[in-house]
Design a protein around this ligand. Structure first.
Ligand code: ZN
Ligand code: ZN
Length: 138
């Protein structure tokens, strides 16, 4: 099972909500990963979400999103791996170059969304995503 303490709201409130669709997709991802998945943030309570901001965050509020990195894999490789999971490929994927450890946001929304995040800003679309990846390769 992929549920872990790292998925609880990071503010320390002890709340955790992870929807079935997300658990299934993360289990599929786990099977594709040669190393370890480190979860930065999965569920966020409303106060914590306000605290951290971010306009994609409603998916975290509903237990439908996870922020993570995969140890020993670069951002380009992470994007490739998470794209192999149908629910993420057909849902939302964002690449974050400016986290302490660069990583990806994945969510199981029912429409296709891609974006990148670098220099503290969002850059929408596949162009934004590939730019974020390129920033980690400098
Ligand atoms: Zn909280
Ligand atoms: Zn996220």
């Amino acid at each position: 099972m992929v549920i872990s303490d790292g998925m609880m709201c990071p503010c320390g409130c002890g709340m955790l909500l992870v929807r079935e669709e997300l658990i299934v997709a993360l289990s599929e991802l786990q099977d594709l990963v040669p190393s370890e998945i480190v979860y930065h943030s999965t569920f966020r309570c409303t106060p914590h979400n306000v605290h951290v901001g971010g306009h994609h965050a409603s998916y975290h509020l509903h237990g439908l999103a996870a922020d993570l990195h995969i140890t020993g894999v670069d951002l380009a490789g992470m994007y490739q791996i998470v794209s192999e999971v149908a629910a993420f490929r057909d849902g939302g994927i964002g690449c974050y170059a400016d986290w302490t450890v660069p990583g990806v946001h994945v969510d199981v929304r029912d429409w296709h969304a891609r974006w990148g995040h670098y220099d503290g800003e969002y850059a929408m679309g596949l162009v934004g995503l590939t730019t974020a990846i390129a920033r980690t390769e400098r």
